[in-house]
Design a protein around this ligand. Structure first.
Ligand code: IMP
Ligand code: MG
Length: 173
């Protein structure tokens, strides 16, 4: 079993999600459609929509599922949509929400799907950003935490499907 070192505890995450909701509410329209990328975003989405509610936002919620990262720590680089793009994104202002921005490929892929489906405008949000790992040009509009080149788990984020249940975010050795 790998060792997990705590990086952000429950209180820090809660505080940062609250701040992030304030940043989003201050900059974006109140009738956003949040589109979460499964599975990694599910815990973050659940907290973010309730934090947005406290700011007076009334977001609707959809998800897209992208092909799995696999069981290693490196992205296959080969991303595919599993299932469909949610109906009704056409003409909507969308905030795309993922757990992590790493190479940037997943968010870029998901944004292109939304563009093709007629969503407009589209912003992006990642709970954790790893800008030093970026392989394509993708700037995340709203970032929770910025980390270096570490592999993180917990709060919905997995390593080979483990650790999603951890209430905190940690680094795997
Ligand atoms: P990207 O396409 O390389 O930006 O990778 C983004 C996706 O890879 C994220 O949505 C995660 O599912 C996964 N990923 C990237 N880094 C990590 C990590 O540190 N822990 C767990 N999953 C990760
Ligand atoms: Mg993911």
């Amino acid at each position: 079993m790998a060792t997990v070192t705590k990086l952000f505890d429950e209180a820090e995450i809660a505080q940062r999600v609250e701040e992030l909701a304030g940043e989003i509410a201050g900059a974006l329209p109140p009738d956003l459609m949040l589109v979460g990328v499964l599975k990694g975003s599910f815990v973050f989405m659940a907290d973010l929509i309730r934090a947005l509610d406290r700011t007076g936002q009334t977001p609707s919620v959809e998800f897209v599922r992208l092909s799995s990262y696999g069981h290693g720590r490196e992205s296959a680089g080969d991303i595919a949509l599993i299932g469909d793009v949610p109906a009704g994104v056409g003409g909507r202002a969308v905030l795309l929400v993922d757990d992590i921005a790493d190479t940037g490929r997943s968010l870029d892929y998901a944004r292109n799907l939304l563009v093709d489906a007629g969503a407009r405008p589209i912003w992006s949000c990642a709970l954790v950003d790893k800008p030093s790992r970026r392989e394509i040009d993708f700037t995340v509009d709203f970032v929770g935490f910025t980390v270096n080149d570490v592999f993180v788990v917990g709060y919905g984020i997995d390593y080979a499907e483990d650790y999603r249940h951890l209430p905190y975010i940690g680094a795997v050795d």
